[in-house]
Design a protein around this ligand. Sequence first.
Ligand code: MOS
Length: 745
Amino acid sequence: MKTDEKIQAAVLGKPLNRVDGRAKVTGQAKYAAEHLPEGVKYGVLLQSTIARGTMEAIDDSQALKLPGVIAVVTHKNSGNNKAGKSGMFDNELNLLQSNKIFHDRQNIGVVVADTYEIACQAAALVKVTYKEEKPIVNVHDPSSSPPEYAPADNAGLGIKTDTSRGDAQKNWQGAPVKFHHTYSTPREVHCPMEPHATTAMWEGDKLTVWDATQGVSGAQSRLAAIFHIPPENVRVICPYTGGGFGCKGSVWSNTPLTALAAKIAKVPVCLNMKRTQTFGPVGFRPYTSQQIRMGADKSGKLTAIIHNARMEVSEFDEFVENCAIVTRFLYSCPNVQTTHRLVKQSIGKPTWMRAPGETPGTFALESAMDELAAATDIDPIQVRLINYSEKDEENNLPYSNKNLRRCYELGAQKIGWDKRNPKPRSVHDDSGLLVGMGMATATYPVWAFPSHARAVIAQNGHATVQSGSQDIGTGTYTIMTQIAADELALPMDKITFELGDTRLPPAGVSGGSTSATCVGTAVKDACDKLVHKMIALAVADGKSPLHGMKPADIEAHNGGLQSKTDRTKSDRYVEILKRSGKTELEARSVENLNPEAGKYSMHSFGAHFCEVKVDPDFGSVRISRWVAVIDGGKIFNMKTAVSQIYGGIIMGVGMALMEESLMDPRYGRTMNADFAEYHVPVHADIPDLHVEFVQIPDYKANPLGGHGIGEIGITGAAAAVANAVYNATGVRVRDLPISLDKLMG
Ligand code: MOS
């Protein structure tokens, strides 16, 4: 129970600066490629220069002659390093086990040398002779591509491949208003600021790895499986991750290859992937093509939605971009059918990229809702309100917390939606640019992964709180310190939060927008248990002012404990520990299963509103204004939270207007594998963004009342742009990105 006084003093929710901000801007924060153990050598990846075929020969003689070269590791000298079967990551990690090439830039080896420069030169001297086969890069053309197939229900996450309720086909056929459109999204690459990097060091059969990862625990278990050693022999350390967006959520071959190179070369190895090497072998969002058939009555009420998603996948590993899951619940509709189909291509394995499924899925669904608004001559917000879902109709569950109406209302007010002219291509600004406004709904589920934490107060009164989580740039260090500060009633600077080490209590992957809530719940629990241990010490201590009191009447307050019934009675942690003769007191979280799980459908929601200006001659699109209102429960830190939504919107603008990984259809090679050619938004592309939160806590989701918000911001964002472009120009672009050629003529 919290007193009013405590709530007022709470730091959770405040817009505090990052506790690791100074370390980051001064270069003190060390990333994976900056941990350089004594005797470290440098690794450079060898990658295939064909997209499909076999390696006939590898000539490393010239490379090995170069002074300073220590080893060239390829399938010829790698030994047995099969990861074994354990779910969806298998084949990607069956490293260097054959001469087969499945995709462009496949990792085929590592050169180890005294310096990075020598390793680069040596890598260029390794001559690989290939027997090339024609790559399969034809997903865009269903008439010539391999047959699509239905994957098994998406491994592990409990997401069904296909669903059907009511009779969608019949009701779509008979609908008074109906359309059938195909929306497509290109292959997109994560491009975190920090490319994948690993430093690996062996001591006997013990492996220490500094890895750029979103999940130290997952990396530990996969490395143990690959090298056939017990997990406790593998330590993975990652105090800082320079962005991930999903591409560092699982283990890719660069990490075990670095460890393998270190093993074979018998030296610690640091391997930092070059930017251009990351376009292919470390995941990307697959190309999707989504057919939506939407049927409604004349009043705009949906009667049927059929959402068939088709996407590319690698020949050797499966991944499903769950595009159609949003269509299953986002709007009230009695007849809904959804399917996901895969088409094998000569590409690396696609993977999670910020709101995988929801991001391309909301582009399609929210574009279609805008088309429904146009077809029925109803305002886009109104058409969404007409079809507002009061419960999750797919699972027949109430929502734990849904305040989407408030998002529409507040967003409309902030952007001035009432001034929008619904007639496309009817507004010009003073300089003759076409002006348009569009909106779209955002949604992302509440996931939960088991996480653990430990809290310690030392005799000097300083607390250390730990969890084997990660901070991928989202603010985990800061938020966890805030949670601990409230529970322990200590100032922020009396708490050190530690993460990113498999020696700490294990936590889940920092993906699925889970770290803030799941690690936060564990931190809260560990700190709460620590306070209770402290209370037990105090009440049993004859010298404590709290001696003999009921533990339930005592709470943490101002660096110690205080009686709730008599505010004059208090004790300090430092004093309690000193008198007890203990050097420190420790507590651990217990695994908390959410009793509300399964009883509610848990999602975050939101609404994006965007204004664009389009050059009528050149078709160039500029975002001129943006308002986003997010319904994500309680907000833990207003500053880092706003920053997450900014990032999501900016990534959504990139998706809408720029990002597209292009492949040469003759050779299956990526043509734009660098920042000169693969465009992501820069400051000049983004106006001031206005972000608000509804801030209604959801205590059914977790004891903190918040939702993870790392991914909600990108969902719906690309549709908001496309819908605004339609309003500005009258041109409906259904295949991203909205490049200027699509708006000319
Ligand atoms: Mo995210 S795509 O769950 O890292």
